[in-house]
Write a protein that binds this ligand. Structure first.
Ligand code: ATP
Length: 368
C-alpha cells in the first residue's frame, strides 16, 4: 500500500472550476472519505487521482512516485464505481481471475488469490454463478473482490453503495470498513452521505464549490467545524445557527420577530474559547441539538423556551423550541415529556458551542 499526496490540483471544464487548488495528504493505510454536496468536485478529484481526467495543473504522488502524467493502468490503483461493471458472460470465478490474467499471473497464483479473496468476502459459494444470478450486495462484493485481487497500492471508490437498498448499504458499510482495516488498504472513498462518511472514514475531506473546506477525523470535523458550510452540512438535524453579537460578558442573540433580544451570559470556561470573536461584530452562534439541555423546572443558567414541534424518532425526540423568536432544534431522550405550546427551560452548552464570523464564514472561537 502507499500514501497519496495531492498538491494544488486544479481541474476546469471550460470556465467552470471543478477542483480548485486542492491540497491533500492520505497516509499509507488510511481510509479517506471525500464528502460534499452534488457538484462539489469529489468525483473529479478522484478521477484525476485515477488518471481518468487530466488536471489543468497540480501534482499527484502515490507512494514516492509522481503519477500526474501516467496513464491509469500504470498507477497501480483499483477503481470501484457505483455501477458494478462485472462481465455478465463470465462466472464470479472468471470475473475475479480476469485482472490477474490480464497481467499474465501464473495459474496457481490466480487460483490461490481468488480463493483467498472469496474467503475474505464470504462469496465462496457464488464462485460458479454468473452475475445475472447475484443480488445487488453480492455483485458489489464481487466487484470489490475483483479490485482487491490485484493487490493495488490504492483503492478509489466512487459512491460504491449508492445502488443498494438502505439495509444492505448499512451492512456493506460495515463490511467495507472491516475489509479496509484488515487489508490495511489506502482507500479514497467518495460519498455525499454524511452518515457513510462519519461511520467509515479515518478522516473526512469536506468539499464545497471545488474547494476543500476541512480535513479531519469524523469527530474533529463534527465537534469543531472550521466554517459555516461544514457546520451546517455535517450533522442531522443540522447545527443551530443563530445570529448574535458578543459583548464582554454575554452573547446577545439578534432580536427576531420583534421580541426582546435574549442574552446568554458567557460561562467561565467558555470565555477563553470565545475571546477571539470580535466584540460587537455580527457573529453566528452554532449549537448542536444535543448541546441544548432542557429542563421542566427553572434552574440557574436555563432560559425559558416554548415548545413549537415535537418529533418522536423512537430512540430520541427532536424538539423545535422558540428562544427569543429563534427556532432551534434540541435532542432529548424519548422519555422526556414535552407538549407543543408548553414552556420549558433550556441551557446551551457553551463548552461545545461555536462562534462564526458571518463575513468570512470562518469559526472564530477555539475548537471544542
Ligand atoms: P456528484 O456527487 O453529483 O457526482 P461531485 O461532487 O462528484 O458531484 P463532480 O462530478 O466532480 O462533482 O463535478 C464537479 C463540477 O464539474 C460540477 O459542476 C460538474 O457539473 C462539472 N463537471 C464534471 N464533469 C464534467 C464534464 N465531463 N464536463 C463538464 N463539466 C463537468
Amino acid at each position: 500500500m502507499a500514501s497519496v499526496r495531492v498538491r494544488q490540483l486544479v481541474k476546469r471544464y471550460d470556465q467552470n472550476v471543478a477542483v480548485d487548488r486542492l491540497d491533500l495528504e492520505v497516509e499509507d493505510g488510511e481510509f479517506m472519505v471525500f464528502l460534499g454536496p452534488s457538484g462539489c468536485g469529489k468525483t473529479t478529484t478522484l478521477r484525476c487521482i485515477a488518471g481518468l481526467e487530466i488536471p489543468d495543473s497540480g501534482e499527484i504522488t502515490i507512494g514516492e512516485e509522481r503519477v500526474t502524467d501516467l496513464p491509469p493502468a500504470d498507477r497501480d490503483i483499483a477503481f470501484i464505481f457505483q455501477s458494478f461493471s462485472l462481465y455478465p458472460h463470465m462466472t464470479v470465478r472468471e470475473n475475479l481471475s480476469f485482472p490477474l490474467r490480464a497481467v499474465r499471473t501464473a495459474q496457481m497464483e490466480i487460483e490461490a488469490r481468488v480463493t483467498e479473496v472469496a474467503r475474505v468476502l464470504r462469496i465462496e459459494r457464488l464462485l460458479d454463478r454468473k452475475p445475472g444470478k447475484l443480488s445487488g450486495g453480492e455483485m458489489q462484493r464481487v466487484a470489490i473482490g475483483r479490485a482487491i485481487v490485484r493487490r493495488p497500492r490504492v483503492f478509489l471508490m466512487d459512491e460504491p453503495l449508492t445502488a443498494l437498498d438502505a439495509k444492505l448499504r448499512t451492512e456493506m458499510r460495515a463490511e467495507i470498513k472491516r475489509l479496509q482495516s484488515d487489508l490495511g488498504a489506502t482507500t479514497l472513498y467518495v460519498t455525499h452521505d454524511q452518515l457513510e462518511a462519519m461511520s467509515m472514514g479515518d478522516k473526512i475531506a469536506v468539499m464545497y464549490g471545488g474547494l476543500l473546506q476541512q480535513v479531519g477525523t469524523p469527530t474533529a470535523v463534527y465537534d469543531s467545524p472550521t466554517n459555516l458550510f461544514v457546520a451546517g452540512f455535517i450533522g442531522s438535524p443540522s447545527m443551530n445557527l443563530i445570529p448574535c453579537r458578543r459583548k464582554e460578558e454575554a452573547l446577545v442573540l439578534d432580536s427576531a420577530q420583534e421580541t426582546t433580544p435574549v442574552s446568554l451570559p458567557i460561562h467561565g470556561d467558555a470565555a477563553v474559547r470565545f475571546a477571539a470573536a470580535p466584540l460587537g461584530a455580527t457573529l453566528m452562534l452554532g449549537v448542536r441539538p444535543e448541546d441544548i439541555a432542557l429542563s421542566r423546572e427553572p434552574k440557574p443558567e436555563f432560559l425559558a423556551v416554548e415548545v413549537y414541534v415535537v418529533e418522536p424518532l423512537g430512540s430520541e425526540n427532536i424538539l423545535s423550541i422558540l428562544l427569543g423568536g429563534h427556532l432551534l432544534k434540541a435532542r432529548t431522550a424519548p422519555t422526556f415529556p414535552a407538549r407543543v405550546g408548553e414552556t420549558l427551560f433550556a441551557r446551551v452548552d457553551q463548552t461545545r458551542a461555536h462562534l462564526f464570523d458571518t463575513q468570512t464564514t470562518q469559526r472564530v472561537s477555539e475548537a471544542a
